[in-house]
Design a binder for this molecule. Structure first.
Ligand code: AMP
Ligand code: GLY
Length: 438
């Protein structure tokens, strides 16, 4: 029997695990490290931290795991794939070198320049003085012009500031450099501000061949109508209008293929899941960022539509034979609504008792609840144990139906201070009319 390990502990990993089980065409034993309390109800969990690369590799060797799947970026930036390859262990994820597409914004921007991949104009800087000089030279317009300031390194979604003026950009740069939000890197990127509609295009790739997933639209801000602080993501949807076929094919030709070819030409073949964050401008699609893994909660919304055996797909990714498998998706729409703790994202409050998790009934057809930050207390009650707590995910013939199903289920769950956005999918739909020609 095949043994599979999924590394991670969030809603994304819960969705990957459930999808592995749901789509499995072979007997498989599925494990998770470290998982969470919800995952532990369904899969065997191993108490190893996602960043303890050698402990993970030891376990995979000892337990004779056949295939490892990695949820988040941290172990990849630490070289988990390199270590697994050294020990001849099969893992469907990019190497440390390939993971620089996410772990260093400067590397990613320079890479895009080298391979003529369309992205916002940018400059790298190492100090506030340098930022001041660049801005004073007028490279990003007049003093009252907006400019985007980004930390170079991994910053868990907190490294991007959309400054409305050069003064604000300088203050943001000073903050980012001072707080060391970007880990060891002491650099930042200044970028021209792009206008348009956003879309996320994810794909499986074995380095050469690739299979696109349904495009997704995420909702980064905590508040409705995209207001308030940035979060890891408060919801995501997939639907036809997110990217029409023609735009998608063009992005495949002009962005996806040059990215994979560029990586090969530079000696770091990219294998795994590639996430291309896009701005659809009037001049065409521009890359905002690469992620070297599934997004959370984009994965939840995307994977509920997968019809093919996910273990086979990942196996084909890892063993470089992606062209030998087919990757099919249901012709539905999907939505994921994130339920977050009081105080998220600044200071999430733990410990509230969650009501309504047990009430799965027939009215829940087409809906799944994935666990992100939950625990069981001594009496067995579900309690809040993280910022993002649960992900209610639904499918439907239309996005409206998927959303209706999600929100009906959301209505049966509650805890003190539970936060969620009531406008998932709405904002994006509204902007479609305005930007139909993009
Ligand atoms: P990133 O982590 O680079 O994707 O940035 C996070 C978010 O900031 C994106 O999803 C966009 O909403 C916004 N953003 C990033 N770069 C730009 C840009 N050059 N112009 C406008 N918005 C941007
Ligand atoms: N939801 C955005 C991300 O996972 O990066």
């Amino acid at each position: 029997m095949k043994k599979i390990l999924v590394i991670g502990s969030g809603g994304r990993e819960h969705a990957i695990l459930r999808t592995l089980r749901r789509t499995s065409t072979h007997d498989a034993k599925i494990h998770c490290a470290p998982g969470n309390a919800g995952i532990a109800e369904e899969f065997s969990c191993l108490p190893v931290n996602t960043t303890d690369v050698s402990a993970l590799a030891n376990y995979v060797e000892e337990a004779k795991i056949n295939l490892t799947i990695v949820g988040g970026e941290a172990p990849l930036a630490l070289g988990l794939t390199n270590e697994f390859a050294r020990r001849n262990l099969l893992v469907a994820a990019p190497t440390r070198e390939a993971a620089r597409l996410e772990s260093s914004k400067i590397f990613a921007k320079d890479f895009m320049t080298r391979h003529r991949i369309p992205t916002a104009r940018y400059r790298a800087a190492n100090s506030v003085d340098e930022v001041r000089q660049i801005l004073q030279r007028g490279e990003f317009g007049k003093a009252n012009a907006p400019v985007v300031v980004k930390a170079d390194g991994l910053a868990a979604g907190k490294g991007v500031v959309l400054a409305r003026s050069h003064g604000e950009a300088m203050r943001a740069a000073a903050d980012l450099l001072k707080t060391e939000i970007s880990g060891k890197s002491k650099s930042i990127v200044l970028e021209e501000t792009l206008a348009g509609r956003e879309a996320s295009l994810l794909l499986f790739t074995d380095g050469r061949d690739y299979k696109l997933m349904p495009a997704a639209r995420d909702h980064k801000r905590i508040g409705e109508n995209d207001t308030g602080a940035n979060t890891g993501g408060m919801g995501a949807v997939t639907d036809e209008w997110v990217l029409d076929e023609e735009t998608k094919n063009r992005i495949a030709r002009e962005i996806v293929e040059p990215t994979l070819e560029g990586a090969r030409a530079e000696g770091f073949e990219f294998r795994g899941v590639l996430y291309v964050g896009l701005m659809l401008t009037t001049e065409g699609a521009r890359v905002l960022e690469y992620n070297v893994r599934f997004g959370d909660p984009e994965a939840q919304a995307i994977l509920v539509r997968l019809q093919s055996d996910l273990a086979e797909v990942f196996d084909a990714v890892a063993s470089r034979r992606l062209n030998s498998v087919s990757v099919e998706w249901s012709a539905e729409a999907s939505a994921c609504v994130v339920l977050a703790a009081r105080g998220y994202p600044e200071q999430p409050k733990m410990g509230a008792r969650i009501e309504g998790l047990g009430s799965v009934d027939s009215s829940d057809a087409g809906v799944e609840v994935f666990h992100a930050g939950t625990e069981r207390d001594a009496e067995g009650n579900w309690i809040v144990a993280g910022g993002r707590v649960l992900n209610v995910t639904g499918t439907g013939a239309t996005l409206d139906e998927a959303l209706r199903r999600c929100y009906r289920r959301v209505g049966s769950i509650n805890w003190e201070g539970m936060q969620y956005r009531r406008d998932i999918g709405k904002f994006a739909q509204a902007s479609v009319g305005v930007n139909r020609n993009l």
